[in-house]
Ligand binder design. Structure first.
Ligand SMILES: Cc1cc2nc3c(=O)[nH]c(=O)nc-3n(C[C@H](O)[C@H](O)[C@H](O)COP(=O)(O)OP(=O)(O)OC[C@H]3O[C@@H](n4cnc5c(N)ncnc54)[C@H](O)[C@@H]3O)c2cc1C
Length: 308
């Protein structure tokens, strides 16, 4: 590892990533870095060769890592980045803190970040993806974030910097979010707890939450989608156009469009990333033929396929 800086945190070469994603597929990271703290991350990125690609990951709940793995450095934040502070209606959380944990802690303090309770990612991924459900999105509560640029500078990000839209932000490639601050309405902790419990039930009833998936596979179709704000309409659902094309339960290798929710792509056991991505592309083609609608991936796909 002579061409790469020596950090205080953990740096590994050819580290398998499949165990770090919800879909449990994919090849290794060429380099895998878990910084000890923000200073370690700043120093590492500052000293890293500028042409070395950098890709931050959270807990991999929105990722397909391709079978050939990821070139460059994959960065995953851990223990040094999972603090949660609550003051009044302001919640500041490290990027590695799990959304569900932040929601629970906030509710105990009477702050309503309940929409995060059923999203199985971490805060960095929630900011990057403008995560949301049941009519609430990160964009609605986001105040600011701290991040480290690819060049190793610590920066402060505002909503204007991030330009939140539907499941999307303008976060520059290679920039690592390390902390986010939210302001949310106050509420009675018992009412907030009941509301979160009801949302868990609703989700378990309608989505394959026990299967290996990465959540919604495709965005709701353009022109009908939310921009990420709670007052937008989302009249046409991706699951509906997949259903209408007769693709509920469609299979390719170990990949399947869930029988329970057709917009969930699942690994039934032995899927490869190629099976999953291939089935997704097949669905896009068939939906276009059936309805003239081009579905856009919501799941991020990273890395290289294995050459045929
Ligand atoms: C069962 C299930 C249900 C889901 N339901 C929902 C839902 O209701 N609403 C919803 O919005 N999503 C949902 N998702 C998708 C997913 O949980 C969210 O997109 C989540 O925000 C991803 O967070 P993560 O930590 O897993 O990020 P990852 O999947 O690891 O990464 C996703 C993206 O975020 C970037 N990223 C992650 N961490 C950082 C960081 N620290 N700095 C910079 N960039 C970073 C990555 O580079 C990548 O581009 C669901 C997923 C599953 C499996």
């Amino acid at each position: 590892m002579s061409d790469i800086p020596t950090p205080r945190g953990t740096l590994a070469q050819d580290r398998p990533l499949s165990g770090l994603t919800w879909l449990r597929v994919g090849g290794p990271a060429e380099y895998f870095f878990q910084p000890a703290d923000a200073d370690d991350l700043v120093a590492f990125l500052r000293d890293l060769a500028p042409n070395m690609p950098v890709f931050p990951i959270g807990v991999g709940s929105n990722l397909i890592v391709r079978d050939g793995g990821v070139r460059g450095v994959v960065i995953r934040l851990g223990r040094g980045f999972n603090h949660i502070q609550i003051e009044g209606n302001t919640v500041t959380a490290g990027a590695a803190a799990m959304d569900a944990h932040v929601a629970r802690r906030a509710a105990e303090a009477g702050v309503d970040l309940g929409f995060l309770r059923t999203i199985p990612g971490a805060i960095g991924g929630a900011v990057r993806m403008n995560a949301g459900c049941y009519g609430a999105y990160v964009a609605d509560v986001f105040v600011s974030a701290r991040a480290v640029t690819r060049q190793g500078a610590l920066v402060h990000l505002t909503p204007e910097d991030l330009k939140f839209s539907y499941r999307q932000t303008d976060l520059p490639q290679g920039m690592v979010v390390i902390e986010a601050t939210f302001e949310a309405p106050l509420g009675d902790p018992r009412v907030l707890a009941d509301c979160m419990a009801a949302q868990i039930e609703t989700r378990n009833a309608s989505q394959p939450t026990k299967d290996r998936s990465a959540g919604s596979t495709f965005r709701n179709p353009v022109g009908f989608s939310s921009t990420g704000r709670a007052d937008d309409s989302q009249d046409l659902k991706a699951w509906r156009v997949i259903e209408d094309a007769g693709l509920r339960g469609a299979v390719q290798g170990g990949a399947q469009m869930s029988l329970k929710h057709p917009n969930f792509l699942i690994n039934t056991g032995a899927a490869t990333a190629a099976d999953l991505e291939g089935l997704g592309e097949y669905v896009r083609k068939k939906v276009f033929q059936n309805a003239g609608i081009t579905l856009e991936w919501e799941i991020m796909r990273i890395g290289e396929p294995i050459p045929e």
